[in-house]
Design a protein around this ligand. Structure first.
Ligand code: ADP
Length: 267
């Protein structure tokens, strides 16, 4: 079992990635594909006249301000375009893929943050109408039904809260949860960088291996959303996933290369 998280940042070659993932699946490997929609949501938000805004928490983490309109735009980007794009590409390569959001069949169930703290001009503001949260539970039964029927699930945000609201969740961490829940051996986090760099963007500082005890230090080298990947990698390892690889999806055979240990391997 393998979970492949496909990034959405600029430069990713989705055609090549889908062809490579499909070859692996056709050879008999069971796979769940996960993707987010951050970059596409930014672009679509601009085009729809509701530009993206970001919140900085008191601890310095940045996250998307997800009001109801932003949530709808995220749904349009994820389910409307990206999910269908991946399903189409996998189908073209002989894999019977099925696109689902984390809400479908309560695939990703989580907790909505009731209050989000935002620091602005040195003052803390409380936001109560934000639709963000984390995935606490994965409907593994549904994934297994699909996999047993020879189908390949393609899963993306939003998730569903315990109170039945759509919530925006980080796709890297949701992928980590999914891999752990499925007892996957490998989790691939494929993006537009060659891996985690100690001094980004200096390629010569690529970190080839991170032991479980080094994850905290590794999180210190990551900025922005790369931090979520490192956090997700740490969570996946501590929940029993054997290997997490941050690999490069700009190059051909991204899945094969990552599985061969190219990129940053957390083990
Ligand atoms: P995706 O949407 O493809 O999952 P993200 O944009 O969430 O990708 O994260 C990848 C980005 O993380 C890279 O494009 C890079 O700009 C940024 N980044 C921050 N710190 C690092 C680091 N230390 N090493 C590599 N990339 C980093």
């Amino acid at each position: 079992m393998i979970v492949i998280k496909v990034g959405g940042a600029e430069g990713i070659d989705l055609d090549a990635l889908a062809a490579d993932a499909a070859a692996l699946i056709r050879s008999g490997r069971r796979a769940v594909v996960v993707h987010g929609g951050s970059h596409a949501t930014n672009t679509l938000s601009e085009r729809l006249g509701h530009p993206p805004t970001f919140i900085t928490s008191p601890s310095g983490h940045t996250s998307r301000r997800t009001d109801r309109r932003t949530l709808e735009i995220l749904q349009m980007a994820c389910r409307g375009v990206l999910s269908q794009g991946l399903v189409e590409r996998l189908q073209r390569n002989g894999v019977n893929a099925v696109g689902l959001s984390g809400m479908d069949g309560r695939l990703w169930e989580g907790t909505r943050k009731e209050v989000v703290r935002s620091v602005k001009e040195g003052r803390i503001r409380l936001i109560r109408d934000d639709f963000t949260g984390t995935v606490d539970r994965v409907n593994v039964g549904l994934l297994r039904v699909l996999l047993d029927a020879g189908l390949t699930p393609v899963v993306s945000p939003p998730a569903i809260s315990v109170n039945h609201e759509a919530i925006n969740v980080d796709a890297d961490r949701a992928a980590a949860r999914t891999a752990a829940a499925l007892g996957a051996e490998d989790l691939l986090l494929l993006s537009n960088v060659s891996g985690l760099m100690r001094a980004f963007p200096d390629e010569s500082t690529l970190v080839p291996r991170v032991a479980r005890s080094e994850v905290e230090a590794a999180a210190g080298w990551a900025h922005g959303r790369m931090k979520k990947k490192v956090l997700g990698a740490g969570e996946a390892l501590s929940e029993g996933v054997r290997r997490v690889i941050i690999g490069d999806a700009r190059r051909s055979a991204a899945v094969t290369r990552a599985l061969a240990g190219e990129g940053t391997v957390f083990q």
